[in-house]
Design a protein around this ligand. Structure first.
Ligand SMILES: NC(=O)c1ccc[n+]([C@@H]2O[C@H](COP(=O)([O-])OP(=O)(O)OC[C@H]3O[C@@H](n4cnc5c(N)ncnc54)[C@H](O)[C@@H]3O)[C@@H](O)[C@H]2O)c1
Ligand SMILES: [Zn+2]
Length: 344
């Protein structure tokens, strides 16, 4: 088991290892939580893991309630959030009680936002069950729901009190979902962890790789909890990736779009002498190794307008994450003229 401490305004531990789900109740008790616990999950995750989580919490003295939502991004909205907090109110949840997210990023983002607003904030615990949630969404305190106008447009910064990642839950994860998470894992390597890129070139220990990613995320978030600077590094490949996702009518999975986004930006940097060609070779090899695409089906010109709509843009200027060498990226704010020139 590995533990990483996240030093945000409210610090918290992230525990990563095999077989941890059956001990999640004891971990919660260990940080001083007690009383009622509301486990929020989805209908893919519940049949595999809900009972185990419930039993663990009951054994540690929690009064356990649960809600199972339909799986998928479609559940990440205000309707589901309102149903959730009404349910908590009906069950008599008070400020000393806890909401527990058991699932991927959809459940984590929704449950976290609900925990942030119910009675102006109840305790919140993340039990990530996807690779993406483990390395990215469960750590850092971004919570949100989607609006008709776009994804994640309403939310709050609300850190969990504890994250317990049981790597055994990945055993039931569909291959495509695992690949989605791998795109984010590879992203950490290119933004700040060259050693991780070497580990990924051979069969690896999941515990070590997930822990390295969480360590990176923890350091970035501790330096920039509210996303005003360094945290934007996590957006590597995402500005172009989000445009590709939108252009595909959201049929292309996020990880695949991010993979292509990273390649496009790296190609542009290599062409403009900002980054050595070797970086692009390493990227191609790793993405192919993990079943991720390296080229878009759309010409760049069709993506430009979609990029301006990205949340990370201000006016037509966009802060880009540019690779400068293998394992190091830099933030650079570019005007539309500059980024179209770079990417054309
Ligand atoms: N808060 C953040 O910082 C942050 C960062 C990145 C992404 N996100 C958000 O995360 C979401 C994507 O997360 P995701 O990729 O985990 O998606 P997800 O939660 O939709 O999970 C993917 C699919 O896998 C299923 N699943 C989950 N765990 C499983 C398991 N162990 N076995 C079998 N099936 C399982 C789910 O039911 C779902 O169908 C998006 O809404 C995105 O906006 C948030
Ligand atoms: Zn992402």
């Amino acid at each position: 088991m590995k533990q990483i401490n996240v030093s945000t305004g409210k610090p918290y531990p992230v525990k990563i290892g095999h077989g941890l789900l059956s001990g999640c109740g004891a971990e919660m008790q260990g940080i001083g939580l007690y009383g009622k616990a509301l486990i929020v999950t989805d209908d893919n995750v519940a049949p595999f893991y809900l009972k185990k989580a419930e039993e663990s919490l009951k054994q540690s003295g929690f009064a356990v309630f649960s809600r199972t939502l339909p799986h998928g991004e479609g559940s990440k909205n205000f309707d589901e959030l309102v149903k959730l907090i009404n349910f908590a109110a009906e069950c008599g949840f008070s400020r000393s009680d806890t909401f527990v997210a058991l699932g991927g990023g959809v459940i984590g983002d929704l449950c976290g936002f609900a925990a942030a607003v119910y009675m102006r904030g109840v305790h919140f615990v993340q039990l990530p069950t996807t690779l993406l949630a483990a390395v990215d969404s469960s750590v850092g305190g971004k919570t949100a729901v989607d609006l008709a106008a776009g994804k994640n447009l309403a939310g709050a910064f609300y850190q969990p009190a504890l994250v317990v990642c049981d790597l055994d839950t990945f055993a039931t994860l569909p291959q495509a979902e695992y690949a989605n998470g791998m795109a984010e894992v590879i992203k950490y390597g290119f933004i700040r962890d060259k050693e991780l890129l070497s580990l990924l070139q051979r069969p690896f220990e999941e515990e070590e790789v997930v822990a390295r990613c969480v360590q990176s995320k923890a350091e970035i978030v501790a330096n920039d909890e509210f996303d005003r600077g360094e945290r934007m590094l996590l957006n590597f490949g995402h500005t172009v990736g989000h445009a590709i996702e939108a252009r595909s009518g959201f049929t292309l999975p996020h990880g695949q779009a991010v993979a292509i986004g990273m390649v496009i930006v790296t190609q542009a940097c290599v062409k403009n002498g900002l980054c050595p060609p070797e970086t692009l070779d390493v990227m191609h090899k790793l993405l192919e190794r993990y079943g991720l695409p390296t080229a878009a089906a759309y010409p760049m010109s069709e993506l430009f307008d979609l990029m301006v709509n990205d949340k990370k843009s201000s006016g037509d200027a966009i802060t880009f994450v540019l690779p400068r060498e293998t394992g190091r990226c830099e933030l650079k704010k570019l005007t539309r003229a500059e980024w179209t020139a770079l990417l054309s």
